[in-house]
Write a protein that binds this ligand. Sequence first.
Ligand code: NAP
Length: 280
Amino acid sequence: MAVIMDGRALARSYKERIAAQTAVMSHPPALAVILVGNDPASRTYVTNKEKDCAECGIISKEYALSVDTKEEDLLSLLEKLNRQPEIDGVLVQLPLPAGISEDKVIAAINPSKDVDAFHPYNVGLIATGNPQFLPCTPAGILALLDAYSIEIAGKHCVMVGRSNIVGKPMSLLLLGRNGTITICHSQTPDLPHITRMADILVTAVGRRDLITGSMVKEGAVVVDVAMNRDENGKFCGDVLFDEVMPKTSFITPVPGGVGPMTRIMLLENTLTAARLHGKA
Ligand code: NAP
């Protein structure tokens, strides 16, 4: 019988622990959140992040910029926030409007305040196995695997998707835990042949029902990162859940699996940043 991994419950226990830690700090951690434009999904993400911060004793400061903000203005705001000692974390909500280079913006964040862990310096530290911050979604997945005592060492881990925010860093973290990793993407021929070899299958594509029952080995662990909508507008992942779940030993639901853990890891990173900056 498959165990459905409960990301919501685990996130709640992390929240309680973080709140207990910030409650005894003389200077609480502070996160600057920058939103450029009025994309409704981005607005929701930012509001959720601010709500999470408030629940955990983290100060959040929002900078809502208009859609026609110039790249140089955003860069000078970042320069200002980089220098402010009271700000521990700086997060720029992606995607940015056309005309602003995400690479330039990410590279302009002080790496010690880069709580998304997207700056090339932090990506380098992750790649060399010595991270100061872990990227939120992969860190949330590791926390889930650990919470359910799922061994990674020696396991064949198949990562479907190679994005900079999920697929690549997830592969590196699994490798760091001594998994044997195969990374698949849109040019991978015969995806089912590879997914069937997975002891641990992580999928982050964004295509509903991509992973069917016949693509999964009996007893595999399946982690579904994707956030798609079904025909009724309800969230669903890449995995055809009802077909895949009975074959697995552990599986994450969508929603309620990886999503809440991603949110919590931003708070964890903000706390880490505050400690890096000497707050106690
Ligand atoms: P992305 O940047 O669009 O990357 C998607 C990846 O899937 C790419 O590497 C792409 O390959 C690969 N791909 C596309 N079609 C494929 C196919 N038929 N077979 C195998 N691989 C295929 O997406 P992302 O930002 O990583 O996000 C992926 C999903 O996770 C989205 O649904 C997103 O909403 C969700 N997400 C959820 C969370 C969370 O907290 N739950 C966090 C982040 C993202 P190429 O590189 O060859 O194009």
